[in-house]
Write a protein that binds this ligand. Structure first.
Ligand code: DC
Length: 212
């Protein structure tokens, strides 16, 4: 089974995808880490984020071992990832890696922006996770505090809105729900509630009870 989880920044899709993978015994790929790793590689070398040749080079030399680096989680790297991910040739260089990951048995949960639309258009279940931007900004603020970082909630909100705008309006693989994705709004759900709602969707789709 392949499950595609897409949604905007800080929507909680990553945690949801991890929990669904554990529940169904599937592998999990947080595809945001791919773009974060590329952005981080450029930042570390002092290379401009708009340097297409350097970004494509980093994408072609992607090392999944680097996904464990906690520095990839920072808000700054997330914003930089949004910039490099808008470069069409960067995305093109990463399609095969993601499809290979998805195709290995017993299946996988992939979370990102274009999993249901571009990477795995034939996924068995597609869920598009949304949440009010203010709720997302608040969650990101709490996460940053949890890591012992300073966080300005208003600045995070502005950044999330700018990131949504960039991710939704880029020319290649923009953030949008697939026509057969099920929308899950978790603004008023805690993590457990979101996981339960997602499992309900998967079970309903598997039982053929729900048209999505
Ligand atoms: O989900 P995230 O915050 O880790 O993603 C960081 C950025 O990477 C996001 O703003 C856009 C980009 N991204 C993408 O374009 N496609 C994906 N499948 C995943 C992430």
């Amino acid at each position: 089974m392949i499950i595609a989880i897409d949604g905007p920044a800080a929507s909680g899709k990553g945690t949801l995808a991890r929990r669904l993978a554990a529940h169904y015994g599937l592998r999990h790929l947080d595809t945001g880490l791919i773009y974060r790793a590329i952005a981080y590689a450029l930042i570390s070398k002092g290379v401009a984020l708009g340097d297409e040749a350097a970004a494509v080079n980093a994408a072609q030399g992607l090392d999944p071992a680097s996904f464990d680096n906690p520095a990839l989680k920072s808000h700054q790297v997330g914003t930089a990832a949004s910039v490099v991910s808008a470069i069409p040739n960067v995305r093109a260089a990463l399609v095969e890696f993601q499809r290979q990951f998805a195709s290995k048995l017993p299946g996988a949960v992939l979370d990102g922006r274009d999993i249901g639309t571009v990477i795995c258009p034939n996924a068995d279940v597609k869920i598009f996770v949304v949440a009010d931007p203010r709720v997302r900004a608040h969650r990101r603020t709490l996460e940053a505090h949890g890591r012992g970082e300073q966080a300005d909630e208003a600045a995070i909100l502005a950044d999330i809105l700018a990131r949504d705008e960039r991710d939704q309006n880029r020319t290649v693989a923009p953030l949008k729900p697939a026509s057969d994705a099920y929308l899950l709004d978790n603004s008023h759900l805690d993590i457990e509630g979101g996981v339960r709602a997602a499992i309900d969707i998967v079970e309903a789709v598997r039982a053929g009870r729900r048209e999505v």
